[in-house]
Write a protein that binds this ligand. Sequence first.
Ligand code: SF4
Length: 388
Amino acid sequence: MNIRANPDTVQKLELLSDANHYEAAGDQPETESRRGNYHPCVSEVSTPTGKKAILKAMMTTACEKNCFYCPFRAGRSRTQRITFQPEEMARTFDQMQRSGVADGIFLSSGIIKGGITTQDKIIDTAEIIRRKYRYQGYVHLKIMPGSEYDQVQRAMQLADRVSINLEGPTQERLNALAPKKDFTGDLLQRLQWTQQIRQEHEERTGRRLRSSTTTQFVVGAVGDTDLELLALSHRLYQQVGIKRAYYSAFEPVLDTPFENVNSVVKLREHRLYQSSFLLRDYQWDVEDLPFAVNGNLPLDIDPKRAWADLHLRDTPIDIMHAAPQDLLRIPGIGPHAAEAIVRARRETRLTDLSQLRALGIHAPEQAVPYILLDGRQPPRQLSFLDSE
Ligand code: SF4
């Protein structure tokens, strides 16, 4: 590693490294990993333009809010408080970027002197990065609770992505997680603004605004259910045009009010992502998801397969004639595979699993119990699916 930044600044940045794993910066939070050979604040992140080494940084680890789950909450004595000025942060990133250590930045912050002042510092940093250092690559900025419309707009002009973390799916859940945050006024409204800003930009210029929006939920600390989380995610996909909802399985942090609350299994996070993609990319409704009476998804089965077991075992889908949205109901078949099937069946009869494999469907065996090929159910092969 060859970073020419002031050693004090590099050291300060290293102290931020624990902050790294609390926030998702890109499209695949499950695979976001620190780059072991590089700086501890740099993670390998999937961005819209490919995998990149992203500097995940905070303007300050001091905070006047007291979110119950958060290591940076006000009054937590174990947290070392570090603050960067915009020029300092921008210069450090520039040097890391020029040294090949980082190619992108995710910038967040604790809140000091309110959301507006804090947002200004984030925006000032991004302005310097873009204007003074002429960086054109990936910038992801956090939007602070209570920030102003003009600030959200400027952040979206500067960034490839902005995120506004709702944390809980309702005001009641948020009160239990973060009593100083207003669900509708501080957070949801800003998510809605991002959609409004995108639409206004498009009407004014005829071009799409590059910046996309994401949100994040803390899962399972305060009795929130998968139904609550996914119903809200669905509304946000449809009405606010968010690119992605992130689900962060709760892990207790020592010396916080939630230090004795049980951690949440990662599998729950995984089932939420699977379901969220069904809502976002597969035209599913929330009612299609296999919630148990307690409002949670079963952990032991993929939600798509649970639905198919219930609905397709007795009435399998005919691959040659099914509508594209019905093909998306079949386990093992995603949007690309459904498109490939529709294209291929215009030219030829699909009668064999090997043809599905040739279309890029990696494990057509998964689909066997739920489909008809050439009017018949394909021969069943013994697989791990059958042995469950
Ligand atoms: S506002 Fe953010 S940094 Fe501050 S305590 Fe809440 S989650 Fe932590």
